[in-house]
Design a protein around this ligand. Structure first.
Ligand SMILES: Cc1ncc(COP(=O)(O)O)c(C=O)c1O
Ligand SMILES: N[C@@H](CCCC[NH3+])C(=O)O
Length: 445
């Protein structure tokens, strides 16, 4: 069993996170419950910040809030000195509501609506990561209407494929994201941006994929960005003050996952940029990265209560929990794998191999296949590890399940940061047209 961050087994044989017994968490907040180890989030933030400081380059580490976007986490990353990526009006709204400094917010997305661009411009965000020619024209026009110049980073698809699950690779040429390098769109985009009177070109951005365990892809992308900077300088006289290499740094979900220490990814990136820019006599740009999963992923644990157990002799034993694809759609979407333990009997030896099913009306609603556990009973608490990234943020109300609560734990204290949805929340936006309203009962019928 791999215990992440402050997670440990206490003297009662129960799992404890941030110094808080999971039995107490389940009792106080109910289950399913997302538990976030705040100290581990802060440690991950510091690993990035410290590695960049050690490299001596100008930098920004921008938390990709799509991984987990709620006000409390925004507060934590601000306290740790990070910047923030948003990809929608909703994420931007959350960041601003949390008091995050607008200047340190970067707005991503392949189809930012005019309303989203207006919201970003009016808030005075730091930059837009511009994705396509439509956006160059729109952003220029909307900044012009306001009499300002918007800062723009151009998202480039560098043609680097990271070794990861196909569905979450975004760096290849055939992508809905960005301007491709090989086809010449990236070069045209630089020309169009510098010709736009209300845009200020900050530089270039690339993101090569997610859950990456090697430095090679980052190094290659960094080199391609540097070579592109050389081309832009020599042919157009344009400089890139910023080179952003995106996110995608892998984490350990299960045995066999071998992420590199954060410092190694950072060193590979900063070395490649330094070398390549230096070799061409270009000034060193500010180097930015956008980690999401590697900031919050392994700090999250989901607690569930075991309900029905169904044994099909000679086939398999299904153990169902009171959540599923609604709070964690990643196994269904990406065949993602997770480790889990019985939180209330964490020292008990494994006795059986079971598969963890969710409670949704969907055969694909399985959380873990073939998990070794002690004999499981209804009422046990199952803790699934590494659910901090892309779980709460991708959760749904399928089957009208209510989204779980989120609690931060730290130094023996648990605090609610998102309350569990209520039945009222579920129907709050429903409108019944007059003609469908139930007539008041007549004569008691
Ligand atoms: C542009 C961009 N930046 C950053 C991220 C964060 O990725 P990860 O959570 O894998 O670090 C993503 C998502 O993959 C992304 O699309
Ligand atoms: N949602 C994906 C990652 C998204 C990457 C896209 N930028 C996951 O759960 O792994």
């Amino acid at each position: 069993m791999h215990l992440h961050g402050t997670t440990k087994i206490n003297r009662h044989g129960r799992l404890e996170i941030g110094g808080v017994d999971t039995a107490e968490l389940a009792e106080r907040f109910g289950t399913p419950l997302y538990v976030v180890d705040e100290a581990l989030v802060r440690e991950r933030c510091r690993q990035f910040m410290d590695a960049f400081r050690a490299s001596g380059v100008p930098f920004e580490v921008s938390y990709a809030s799509k991984a987990f976007c709620v006000k409390a986490i925004v507060r934590v990353v601000e306290e740790e000195g990070l910047s923030l990526d948003v990809v929608s009006d909703g994420e931007l709204y959350t960041a601003l509501e949390a008091g995050f400094p607008a200047k340190k917010i970067h707005f991503h997305g392949n189809n930012k609506t005019p309303e989203e661009i207006a919201m970003g411009l009016d808030a005075g965000i730091g930059c837009f990561v511009v994705d396509n020619f439509t956006e160059i024209a729109l952003l220029n026009a909307m900044a012009g209407e306001r009499g300002i110049r918007a800062k723009a980073l151009l998202r480039i698809t560098p043609g680097v494929e990271a070794h990861t699950h196909e569905f979450i690779s975004t760096g290849q040429e055939d992508s809905k994201f960005g301007f491709n390098l090989a086809g010449g769109a990236a070069f045209e985009a630089v020309k169009a941006t510098v010709a736009a009177p209300h845009l200020e070109l900050l530089g270039v951005h690339s993101h090569i994929g997610s859950q990456i365990f090697e430095v090679e892809g980052f190094r290659l992308a960094a080199e391609k960005m540097a070579d592109f900077a050389v081309e832009a300088k020599s042919k157009l006289g344009v400089s890139f003050p910023v080179v952003n290499l995106g996110g995608g740094f892998g984490i350990r979900y299960v045995e066999g996952d071998r992420p590199l220490p954060v410092a190694e990814y950072v060193k590979a990136i900063t070395d490649a940029v330094k070398e390549r820019f230096g070799a061409h006599g270009l000034p060193l740009p500010s180097i930015w990265v956008e980690p999401g999963r590697s900031i919050v992923g392994d700090a999250g644990t989901t607690l569930y209560t075991v309900g029905s157990v169904k044994d099909i002799p000679g086939v398999r034993k299904y153990v169902a929990v009171n959540g599923g694809m609604t709070d964690n759609p990643r196994p269904a979407l990406y065949d993602a794998v997770y480790e889990a333990v019985l939180a209330n009997r964490a020292n008990d030896a494994p006795e059986e191999t079971v598969s963890i099913a969710g409670k949704c009306c969907e055969s694909g609603d399985m959380l873990i296949w073939d998990l070794d556990l002690p004999k499981v009973n209804a009422g046990d608490t199952l803790a699934v590890f590494c659910t901090g990234a892309y779980n709460y943020s991708m959760a749904s109300n399928y089957n009208r399940l209510r989204r779980p609560a989120v609690a931060f734990v730290k130094d023996g204290v648990a605090e609610l940061v998102v309350r569990r949805e209520t039945y009222e929340d579920l129907v709050a936006n429903d409108v019944v047209p007059e003609r469908l309203r139930k007539l008041p009962a007549v004569n008691g019928r």
